[in-house]
Design a protein around this ligand. Structure first.
Ligand code: KG4
Ligand code: ZN
Length: 373
């Protein structure tokens, strides 16, 4: 009898699943806004080290990010952040398999600094380099780690396809995430992002920068029915957002009231504003779930990501919406919602696994829609 030749195929690895024996190690760098961050993540979903240097204190006195100051701070911080990330993981650069960095979109001074650092490391060590779209970092990080609305862990991250509400300081869009590099935009904001609305309303109330966390905390103590905010576009079909009307309504109402505002006023104002944002998100996502592209893809998970995903009311409302559609709700753990190096390292691993590495020089881009990947 001839001996059968058995070729053992690692089907898990072919499907891009975890492989305990020989994980890929990726060093990821993020510098597109006001965080200089680096992380080492492996393909078994372990974050070996993660350093986030937040510049928020440097920008606070200006009420927002000052691009030139941000770029200078990134230059000063980048070497130390990368060095500390390697040290914290107990790794040398030779141990790393892939280098990844944000190549856009974002404040171009910062993007350039992180991208040049990553390019230098990759070239001097002859390691593969991945140019990560910052939005892709937010979009894929729920596959690294995800939580339910009560904060409990969802094992093994979220599976494709999923419907994603990507809400950050600079972006607001609904995406059908079909796979790595396959993002279909179902809706987007026509003016401000959700994070911008939170930041601007917080500024009007004197709550400081960034405004989202302060508004979230105040809203939890307030009456959401006291102030009448509009719900722009909610009576219209489609999945696009508009937040500028909510912001203008806030300005008009505040101009009519007499400053200084007491605590009860601020809490009720924040709760009423936040309720309007939540209603818009739920309305637009409801339309997205009825969109034929989404119905055909039949995503099983409704996901929120980006800095605004930290918002407790948005998480709770999206969880209710998911349940009413027999879907699971997921969000990155709090520490992976706002900008961070781990999401870039993870996007680096996902892209590397499907062969999306830099083959010729890449110019960093201030604008880079996910649909142009
Ligand atoms: O993703 P991110 O760190 O930066 C961008 O890529 O833009 O998001 C920052 C945004 C800020 O607008 C901030 O106010 C908002 O996320 N944010 C929140 C909360 N925490 C952060 N918005 C609402 N509620 C929160 N708890
Ligand atoms: Zn971001």
């Amino acid at each position: 009898m001839t001996e059968e030749k058995i070729i053992k195929l690692d089907m898990g690895a072919l499907r891009g699943e975890d492989n305990d024996e020989c994980p890929i190690l990726c060093l990821g760098i993020e510098s597109s806004c006001d965080e200089t961050s680096a992380a080492i993540v492996d393909s078994n979903r372990n974050i070996l080290s993660h350093i986030i240097y937040s510049q928020i204190p440097e920008h606070q006195k200006y009420g927002g990010v000052v691009p030139e100051l941000a770029a200078r701070a990134h230059i000063l911080a980048i070497d130390t952040v990368v060095r500390q990330t390697l040290d914290a993981a107990g790794k040398k650069i030779e141990d790393i398999d892939v280098i990844a960095a944000t190549a856009g979109p974002g404040l171009i001074g910062g993007v350039l600094i992180g991208w040049m650092a990553a390019t230098g490391i990759a070239q001097s060590t002859s390691k593969p380099l991945v140019a990560v779209n910052h939005l892709e970092g937010h979009a894929l990080v729920p596959r690294l780690h995800a939580s339910a609305a009560d904060g409990s862990d969802i094992k093994c991250g979220v599976e494709f396809p999923y419907l994603l509400m990507l809400a950050s300081g600079g972006h607001c869009q609904i995406l059908l995430v079909r796979g790595v590099g396959a993002y279909e935009q179902i809706g987007q904001t026509l003016d401000d992002s959700a994070g911008e609305a939170f930041d601007k309303v917080a500024k009007m109330l004197g709550l400081g920068y960034p405004g989202g966390p302060a508004v979230d905390a105040r809203a939890a103590k307030g009456n959401p029915k006291r102030f009448k905010f509009p719900r722009p576009l909610c009576d219209k079909p489609g999945c696009d957002f508009s937040f500028s009307g909510i912001k203008t309504a806030a300005r008009v109402m505040l101009d009519k009231a007499t400053a200084p505002y007491d605590d009860e006023f601020i809490n009720d104002f924040c709760a009423s504003f936040q309720a309007a944002v939540v209603d818009c998100i739920v309305n637009r996502l409801g339309h997205a779930l009825a969109d034929s592209r989404v119905r055909d893809a039949a995503p099983r998970t409704l996901v929120v990501a980006g800095g605004v995903a930290k918002n407790s009311a948005i998480r709770a409302a999206m969880e209710r919406l998911a349940a009413s559609h027999d879907m699971t709700f997921a969000a990155p753990p709090m520490g992976l919602c706002t900008d961070n190096g781990a999401m870039i390292a993870w996007a680096g691993i996902e892209n590397y696994r499907v062969g999306r590495v830099v083959k010729e020089p890449v110019a960093p881009r201030p604008r880079w829609p996910l649909t142009e990947l």
